[in-house]
Design a binder for this molecule. Structure first.
Ligand SMILES: [Zn+2]
Length: 343
């Protein structure tokens, strides 16, 4: 496994008195599996953002509460139900979680699952139980879809929190998508993992965990079922990977492993809050339902997004949207060092 990196410097004249020569450093990195590119400049975190002002969010939270479709006073009346042939009870219930169809889908099977009855929770207010209830209800949806339609075997479980992450509703919720084909990025992960296995007879994800454990710099925590690492070549700031040992797809996720995952996510959320984060994305890369792959382990990735406030500078620009290069302002080794304290 090769962790490719290159430091490139650029000399410029400082605008400060005397126009001293100043060196700016950018680190170019490639993901060891996919060769996907990131460029890291930690100095960017301190750059001026002219339209950004700190503000109290109470107004936004209270202003959206009354009309919220996902709050207990509306959810039963105003959210759709699954057709009886998929799920006769209409919506999947577990604890505080309710899973129901997405009114504005962009996948063949696209559901929404609430995480809590509360309209808003801060990052340190989520509990592992809320997450486990949601993940298990989501897994049931994924399994029901696959039972009814054998072609629908590519599931995703996604949590976008607050508008900077592209969530359109403040109320905490996840999306569950099941498609007939993998996304291009997932195809790439599977293909490269299979090639790695063919060449070395070993599972890339297992090797990654072992190598990162040995190196220590990006290693955060692990137990028998889950490993937590800061990504070497991130696609977002403060990127964390959660790798499910010995499990390749979401449909086969058991309660114990789900609890380990939920507990780790809750710890990361608390650390994120301590770092001044309030918005994030959490996504999964699952192998197909009904297939157990030796060469592939299920993983999830979390990234922080810009702080939710009326005006903020987006963290996704032309390099990400048009050139597939991720410009990053947090050093993975620093992220790991900070998160380790929360585990
Ligand atoms: Zn609500």
């Amino acid at each position: 496994m090769e962790f490719r990196r290159e430091m490139k410097s650029m000399e410029l004249l400082s605008p400060l008195a005397g126009f001293e020569r100043e060196l700016k450093w950018v680190e170019y990195r490639e993901d060891p599996l996919t060769a996907c590119q990131s460029r890291i400049n930690v100095a960017r975190v301190g750059r001026e953002r002219q339209a950004q002002v700190g503000v109290d969010l109470t107004g936004v939270i209270e202003g959206t509460r009354g009309d919220c479709l996902f709050c207990p006073h509306n959810i039963e009346q105003r959210t759709p139900r699954f057709p009886p042939e998929l799920y006769p009870q209409g919506r999947i219930k577990r604890g505080e979680c309710l899973v129901f169809p997405n009114l504005f889908p962009f996948a063949q099977y696209h559901a929404v699952g609430t995480l809590t009855r509360e309209h808003f929770l801060d990052l340190d207010e989520f509990t592992p139980e809320m997450l486990v209830d949601n993940i298990m209800a989501s897994r049931d949806f994924i399994a029901l879809v696959h039972q009814r339609d054998q072609g629908a075997k590519w599931p995703m479980w996604i949590w976008n929190h607050l508008p900077p992450s592209a969530a359109s509703i403040i109320h905490p919720h996840v999306q569950i998508l099941v498609d007939e084909a993998p996304s291009p990025e997932l195809s790439r992960l599977l293909r490269r993992s299979e090639e790695y296995f063919a060449a070395r007879g070993r599972n890339y994800w297992q090797d990654l965990v072992e190598e990162e454990r040995e190196l220590g710099q990006r290693y955060i925590a692990e137990n028998d079922s889950l490993a937590v690492l800061a990504s070497y070549a991130p696609r977002g700031n403060r990127e964390v990977q959660l790798i499910f040992k010995g499990l390749s797809n979401l449909a086969d996720l058991g309660e114990g492993q789900a609890m380990d995952f939920a507990t780790s996510v809750v710890k990361i959320l608390r650390c994120y809050k301590g770092m001044g984060v309030n918005s994030f994305n959490l996504i999964t890369y699952s192998a197909p339902s009904g297939e157990r792959l030796d060469y592939y382990w299920l993983s999830a990735r979390m990234i922080s997004r810009p702080f939710f406030q009326p005006f903020y500078t987006n963290d996704t620009g032309f390099m990400e949207r048009f050139h597939d290069i991720w410009v990053i302002e947090t050093l993975p080794e620093d992220v790991a060092a900070q998160l380790r304290k929360g585990f």
